[in-house]
Design a protein around this ligand. Structure first.
Ligand code: FES
Length: 100
Protein backbone atom coordinates (compact mmCIF):
# COMPACT_ATOMS: atom_id res chain seq x y z
CA UNK A 1 0.00 0.00 0.00
CA UNK A 2 1.32 3.47 -0.85
CA UNK A 3 2.63 5.56 2.03
CA UNK A 4 1.08 8.78 0.79
CA UNK A 5 -2.55 9.34 -0.07
CA UNK A 6 -4.17 11.94 -2.31
CA UNK A 7 -6.58 14.58 -1.03
CA UNK A 8 -8.65 16.30 -3.74
CA UNK A 9 -10.24 19.67 -3.12
CA UNK A 10 -13.58 20.28 -4.79
CA UNK A 11 -14.42 22.47 -6.71
CA UNK A 12 -10.83 23.65 -7.21
CA UNK A 13 -9.65 20.45 -8.85
CA UNK A 14 -6.40 20.60 -6.89
CA UNK A 15 -4.72 17.73 -5.07
CA UNK A 16 -2.31 17.28 -2.20
CA UNK A 17 -0.39 14.14 -1.28
CA UNK A 18 -0.09 13.60 2.46
CA UNK A 19 1.06 10.70 4.63
CA UNK A 20 -1.65 8.12 5.28
CA UNK A 21 -3.35 8.95 8.58
CA UNK A 22 -3.08 12.73 8.20
CA UNK A 23 -6.11 14.55 9.54
CA UNK A 24 -8.24 16.24 6.91
CA UNK A 25 -7.97 19.51 8.84
CA UNK A 26 -4.19 19.39 8.53
CA UNK A 27 -4.42 18.59 4.81
CA UNK A 28 -6.86 21.46 4.20
CA UNK A 29 -4.74 24.01 6.05
CA UNK A 30 -1.57 22.69 4.43
CA UNK A 31 -3.20 23.20 1.03
CA UNK A 32 -4.03 26.77 2.02
CA UNK A 33 -7.81 26.56 1.87
CA UNK A 34 -9.98 28.27 4.47
CA UNK A 35 -11.59 26.17 7.17
CA UNK A 36 -12.81 27.04 10.65
CA UNK A 37 -10.93 25.54 13.57
CA UNK A 38 -11.45 27.69 16.61
CA UNK A 39 -10.67 24.84 19.05
CA UNK A 40 -7.42 24.13 17.17
CA UNK A 41 -8.30 20.55 16.35
CA UNK A 42 -9.44 19.50 19.81
CA UNK A 43 -12.77 18.12 18.55
CA UNK A 44 -14.89 20.65 20.41
CA UNK A 45 -16.03 23.51 18.14
CA UNK A 46 -17.30 21.57 15.08
CA UNK A 47 -16.26 24.57 12.96
CA UNK A 48 -14.05 22.31 10.86
CA UNK A 49 -16.92 20.21 9.47
CA UNK A 50 -16.51 19.47 5.76
CA UNK A 51 -18.08 17.18 3.16
CA UNK A 52 -15.99 14.07 2.56
CA UNK A 53 -16.04 11.25 0.01
CA UNK A 54 -13.59 8.38 -0.24
CA UNK A 55 -11.32 6.42 2.02
CA UNK A 56 -11.56 8.29 5.30
CA UNK A 57 -11.36 6.83 8.79
CA UNK A 58 -14.59 5.65 10.34
CA UNK A 59 -16.20 8.23 12.64
CA UNK A 60 -15.09 7.89 16.26
CA UNK A 61 -17.61 7.88 19.09
CA UNK A 62 -16.68 11.49 19.79
CA UNK A 63 -17.30 12.51 16.17
CA UNK A 64 -20.65 10.72 16.06
CA UNK A 65 -21.64 12.54 19.24
CA UNK A 66 -20.63 15.93 17.80
CA UNK A 67 -22.44 15.35 14.51
CA UNK A 68 -25.59 14.26 16.34
CA UNK A 69 -25.76 17.76 17.84
CA UNK A 70 -25.97 19.32 14.37
CA UNK A 71 -29.37 19.67 12.77
CA UNK A 72 -28.54 19.71 9.05
CA UNK A 73 -28.42 16.58 6.93
CA UNK A 74 -25.20 14.60 7.24
CA UNK A 75 -25.27 13.08 3.76
CA UNK A 76 -25.17 14.83 0.41
CA UNK A 77 -24.99 12.36 -2.45
CA UNK A 78 -21.81 10.35 -1.95
CA UNK A 79 -20.41 12.94 0.48
CA UNK A 80 -20.73 12.69 4.26
CA UNK A 81 -20.43 15.51 6.76
CA UNK A 82 -17.30 14.90 8.83
CA UNK A 83 -15.37 16.70 11.53
CA UNK A 84 -12.11 17.25 9.68
CA UNK A 85 -9.83 17.38 12.73
CA UNK A 86 -11.13 13.97 13.81
CA UNK A 87 -11.10 12.37 10.35
CA UNK A 88 -7.96 10.73 8.94
CA UNK A 89 -7.13 10.02 5.32
CA UNK A 90 -6.77 6.26 4.83
CA UNK A 91 -6.68 6.49 1.03
CA UNK A 92 -7.85 8.89 -1.67
CA UNK A 93 -10.31 11.40 -0.27
CA UNK A 94 -12.33 14.22 -1.85
CA UNK A 95 -13.17 17.22 0.32
CA UNK A 96 -15.48 20.18 -0.16
CA UNK A 97 -17.38 22.74 1.94
CA UNK A 98 -20.37 25.01 1.45
CA UNK A 99 -18.17 28.10 1.52
CA UNK A 100 -15.51 27.26 -1.07
S1 FES B 1 -11.21 22.23 14.92
FE1 FES B 1 -12.74 22.29 16.44
S2 FES B 1 -13.85 20.44 16.13
FE2 FES B 1 -12.32 20.39 14.61
Amino acid sequence: MPKDVEISFIPFGTHLNVPRGTSLLKAITQAGYPVGYSCRGQGVCVACAVWVQGQASKPSGREIELLRERTETQKRGDFSLRISCLTRAKGSVRVTTDYW
